[in-house]
Write a new protein. Structure first.
Length: 326
C-alpha cells in the first residue's frame, strides 16, 4: 500500500517512484492515462507527500462543469458579474490557497479558460469573473487527462503554450491490463472494503472467478474492477466469493469502440492534413525556426513520430516546392 494505491507490479512501481521524486517539489504535474486508472488517487498521493499536505486538496472535474460556468467555478466571481451572481463567490483556486488543486479532464477546458489558467501558471495570479483586481495564487497544480493533448494541440483545440506549462513533470498511469499481477491484490482489497460495509465475510475466492478476472481486458480499468467486486459482494450469499461471468461480457461495449474508431480516423485524417499543410509551407523542413514543428507548436521529435505513424512522405514536399521554382 502506497497511500491508498494497491499493487506490486513493476509498471505501478515505476509510477510510484516518480510520485516519490516529484511530491516534495512544487512542480506542476500532468497525469495521463485511460479513464478509470486512478489518476485522482495518484494526485492525492502527491499532495499527501508534499509540503502542502496540511493544506487543502481541491479536485475539479473540468468535463462536468458547463463551459459558461467553468471560469467562475475555478476563479470565482464578483457580485453582479452575470445574471444570478447575487454575491461574491470564491473560486476553487482561492479555496485551494497554499494547497493543491487537481484539474481532472483538463483537456476539456474551453479556449478562454485555457488562457486564464495559463496566466495562473505563468504569473501566479488571476482575476475573479467581473473583477479587475489581480489575486495572487499560491497553489500547486496537478492536471489529468485521458486525451492525447499533443494531438489536441496539433488540431488547434488546446493551446500549445498551456500544454508545455502543464507538462513540466508528466506521469503516465498504466492501464490495468498492463499490470495484471496486481489484480489478485486489488480484488482482495475491494472484497475486504465492501464486505465490511455489507456486514459479510468471505473465506475464499472461487478459482474460476480469479482466472476470469485475470484474463478479462478491463476496458474500464480499476474503476470497472471495483464496480464488479462491489456488485458481487452484494449478491454473493455464501463464503465463497464469485463473479457472474456475464457481467464481464464485452458485447455491451461493442458499439463504443466502433464509434471511437470513427472519431480516431477523423482526428487522424485532420491531423495528417494539418501536418502536410505545415510541411508544404516549410518546404519539407521539420525543425528550425521556419520548420513545420515550429509552425504547429510541437517538438521536432513529436512531429517526426507523427509523420511516421501517419505514413507521411515529407520528402515529396521538397520536390513539389523545388519543381515550382524550376
Amino acid at each position: 500500500m502506497f497511500e491508498e494505491i494497491v499493487g506490486t507490479s513493476s509498471a505501478l512501481k515505476a509510477v510510484l517512484s516518480l510520485v516519490s521524486k516529484v511530491a516534495p517539489m512544487d512542480s506542476t504535474v500532468l497525469l495521463t492515462g485511460e479513464t478509470g486508472t486512478g489518476k485522482e488517487l495518484i494526485a492525492r498521493a502527491i499532495h499527501k507527500r508534499s509540503r502542502r499536505s496540511s493544506r487543502p486538496f481541491v479536485g475539479v472535474n473540468c468535463a462536468a462543469i458547463p463551459a459558461s460556468l467553468i471560469g467562475s467555478e475555478l476563479f470565482g466571481h464578483e457580485k453582479g458579474a452575470f445574471t444570478g451572481a447575487s454575491k461574491r463567490r470564491l473560486g476553487r483556486f482561492e479555496v485551494a490557497e497554499e494547497g493543491t488543486i487537481f484539474l481532472d479532464e483538463v483537456g476539456e477546458l474551453p479556449a478562454e479558460t485555457q488562457i486564464a489558467l495559463l496566466r495562473v501558471l505563468q504569473e501566479r495570479e488571476f482575476e475573479r469573473v467581473g473583477g479587475n483586481q489581480p489575486i495572487r495564487a499560491n497553489v500547486r497544480v496537478i492536471a489529468a487527462t485521458n486525451r492525447d493533448l499533443e494531438a489536441a494541440v496539433a488540431a488547434g483545440t488546446f493551446r500549445c503554450d498551456l500544454f508545455y506549462r502543464l507538462n513540466v513533470f508528466p506521469i503516465e498511469i498504466p492501464p490495468l491490463r498492463e499490470r495484471r499481477e496486481d489484480i489478485p491484490l486489488l480484488v482482495e482489497y475491494f472484497i475486504g472494503h465492501f464486505a465490511r460495509k455489507a456486514g459479510k465475510s468471505f473465506r475464499r475466492i472461487n478459482k474460476k472467478t480469479m482466472a476470469l478476472l485475470l484474463s478479462y481486458p478491463w476496458p474500464g480499468n480499476i474503476r470497472e474492477l471495483q464496480n464488479v467486486v462491489e456488485r458481487s459482494v452484494i449478491v454473493c450469499e455464501t463464503e465463497n466469493f464469485s463473479v457472474d461471468e456475464s457481467w464481464l461480457s464485452q458485447r455491451p461495449l461493442a458499439s463504443e469502440p466502433s464509434g471511437h474508431l470513427k472519431l480516431t480516423h477523423k482526428l487522424a485524417a485532420h491531423e495528417k492534413e494539418m501536418i502536410e499543410a505545415a510541411l508544404c509551407k516549410s518546404e519539407g523542413r521539420v525543425s528550425g525556426p521556419s520548420g513545420a514543428a515550429t509552425k504547429l507548436g510541437i517538438s521536432r521529435s513529436t512531429l517526426e513520430s507523427k509523420i511516421r505513424s501517419l505514413k507521411i512522405n515529407k520528402y515529396r514536399f521538397k520536390t513539389a516546392r523545388a519543381s515550382k521554382h524550376s
